[in-house]
Design a protein around this ligand. Structure first.
Ligand code: IMP
Ligand code: MG
Length: 182
């Protein structure tokens, strides 16, 4: 159901967990790191929609070497705010990826299920290399073994919103990351 009550909307934003300034600093640091690591190599950033759309835009603008972008979408099924386990790829990359170094750009790794499926699927298509950068990691929640190559922030087990991350499709536009008031 559409949420139109601004007071109700605001009351669910419990507290700021990561500020815009903290995000900007990390973006700069990781933008430089990636620019060095992939210098002289064909780089394709693969963003997982919808949650990673803002992170993709910002990390891309902090990378100073030539690179391309592509999008994938996956649907994990949720029971409330915890993943129930099924992952469907609803949007795939059409282009040949065998000539590229892939860097998967993800918003958050929670149980690890979504990324594990996407990672294996892309690996089958033999890219030159494949790595993962995630904005957030909640290692306490892991159900399947999955380690990202780059993590901007490790956070405790609490549902978060903002900077692309949603609750019921809302709050993606918050410029910072906040804890959601259940
Ligand atoms: P997975 O459990 O690692 O497969 O994560 C699946 C997806 O759940 C992530 O890509 C997010 O879109 C979403 N998700 C997990 N934790 C949170 C959260 O704290 N806030 C918003 N979305 C989340
Ligand atoms: Mg996601």
């Amino acid at each position: 159901m559409a949420l139109t009550d601004v007071l109700e909307y605001k009351s669910k934003i419990r507290r700021t967990l990561i500020t815009q300034e903290q995000i900007s600093e990390k973006l700069k640091e990781y933008g430089e790191l990636i620019s060095e690591e992939y210098s002289g190599k064909p780089l394709l950033l693969v963003s997982i929609l919808k949650g990673a759309f803002i992170f993709l835009g910002d990390i891309s603008r902090n990378i100073t070497i030539p690179h391309e972008i592509a999008f994938m979408a996956a649907q994990s099924y949720f029971e409330g705010t915890s993943s129930s386990g099924t992952v469907n790829i609803t949007l795939d990359i059409a282009q040949d990826i065998s000539e590229y170094n892939l860097l998967i750009v993800e918003d958050i790794i929670d149980t690890g299920r979504t990324l594990k499926v996407i990672f294996e699927r892309l690996k089958e298509r033999h890219p030159l290399s494949i790595k993962v950068i995630t904005l957030l990691d909640k290692p306490e929640r892991r159900v399947v073994k999955f380690e990202p190559d780059y993590t901007l922030f490790t956070i405790p087990d609490h549902f978060v919103i903002g900077y692309g991350l949603d609750c019921g499709e809302y709050y993606r536009n918050l410029p910072y990351i906040a804890e959601y008031q259940e």
